[in-house]
Design a protein. Structure first.
Length: 234
């Protein structure tokens, strides 16, 4: 009985560690992921997942343009196909785009290597057809990685970008001020902030967040500049 309890404890610990390694995008267990810039300067970068959204992305772009702020937009391939002009506008206005898989399916995290590769290739092909360049940056859906995703992403020479500040904007909803306060409390040099441009109050949230960040003496830099990297294939 004693040894059975010990074995069960070991199994629980191992499963807990494996779950943490998969669910924590900064764990670097299965896939090396850049989650912040190594700097002491008060600079941060904004990133938006699940773009583009026909209704809200234009409003978010308007806010960014008004504040002269550049961001990273992680594109879902099928949404890019549905909104080609928005993708072109994102790039034309100086923002960088990243690969966020073709359809952002929950099955991505349990897919085999062929399916994972197909998701990444199809998304990149869509983006290339719209802007003439293929992203080198990948952000995994839900921030989840595993051995299969890690192997495929490494083989395709992507740079994987995560975050250190998760805004939880999809949870806060219309409580924009509370969301901004959460982000400001967590600010630190070199932070990458995760947002979603599909949220109903995304434009108001981004406008308020930019102002709050700048009030703290931080500069919002283009992500590729802050990380000193090329976001596209040569």
């Amino acid at each position: 009985m004693y040894w059975l309890i010990v074995i069960l404890i070991i199994v629980v610990v191992v499963l807990t560690v494996l779950f943490w390694a998969s669910a924590n995008i900064g764990s670097n267990v299965y896939l090396k992921t850049i989650c912040r810039a190594k700097t002491q300067q008060k600079v941060v970068a904004l990133s938006f997942d699940d773009a583009p959204n026909a209704e809200m992305t234009p409003r978010v772009l308007d806010v960014l343009k008004a504040h002269n702020v550049k961001a990273m937009f992680c594109l879902i391939g099928q949404e890019a196909e549905r909104n080609p002009e928005l993708v072109r506008r994102i790039v034309e206005e100086g923002h960088i785009v990243a690969n966020h898989t073709y359809n952002h399916s929950g099955r991505f995290t349990i897919s085999g290597p062929e399916q994972v590769r197909a998701q990444l290739e199809r998304c990149n092909d869509v983006i290339y057809s719209l802007i003439g360049r293929k992203p080198r940056i990948f952000r995994p859906p839900f921030g989840v990685t595993n051995p299969t995703i890690g192997k495929v992403v490494r083989g395709m020479n992507f740079d994987t970008i995560g975050w250190t500040i998760r805004s939880l904007d999809t949870i806060y909803g219309d409580r924009v001020e509370a969301m901004c306060e959460r982000v400001v409390r967590k600010l630190h040099p070199g932070a990458i902030i995760l947002l979603h441009d599909r949220c109903a109050n995304a434009d108001r949230a981004v406008a308020m967040l930019i102002e709050r960040i700048q009030e703290q003496g931080y500069e919002i830099m283009p992500l590729q500049e802050m990380l000193n990297m090329n976001g596209y294939e040569d």
